[in-house]
Design a protein around this ligand. Structure first.
Ligand SMILES: O=C(CO)COP(=O)(O)O
Length: 139
């Protein structure tokens, strides 16, 4: 599974705690992140995380491009609902693409914990079927 991890500044410590706690699950998957979030996860856990640009510099859009190409299976995004972000249009666009392509999106830690349980149970394997089907359609 390809999983995107993103956290706004005030939520980054939560993301570090979350990825540390669930490293045993997340390390089984391919991890992608916006720049600053990913650096902090790498430093705290030592996990291999592909780093995109920082969010305000285009990182959300890079993850959106993966979604549009059917390459991202899940987005875990600890949003800060109380702070205005300069790149709000990029954030909305990323969430919109999740809805367009039916990509599971958790925007807070409570939902993310349920996603982790689902990952452990294999509840997201339908994504492999969708990907295979789309690949066949392309061929
Ligand atoms: O702003 C972000 C997502 O919208 C996160 O970006 P950083 O991980 O680079 O701080």
């Amino acid at each position: 599974m390809n999983i995107a991890l993103i956290a706004h500044d005030k939520m980054k410590q939560d993301m570090v705690n979350f990825t540390t706690a669930y490293q045993y699950v997340l390390s089984e998957h391919h991890l992608y992140a916006t720049g600053t979030t990913g650096s902090k996860i790498r430093k705290a856990t030592g996990m291999d995380v592909h780093l995109f640009q920082s969010g305000p510099l285009g990182g959300d859009q890079q993850i959106g491009a993966m979604i549009a190409n059917n390459e991202m299976d899940m987005v875990i995004f600890f949003r800060d609902p109380l702070t205005a972000q300069p790149h709000e249009p990029d954030i909305s666009a990323l969430m919109r693409l999740c809805d367009v392509y039916h990509i599971p999106l958790a925007t807070n830690i409570a939902a993310s914990e349920i996603f982790i349980r689902g990952l452990e149970n294999g509840d997201f394997q339908w994504r492999d079927i969708v990907k295979q089907k789309k690949e066949k359609e392309k061929a």
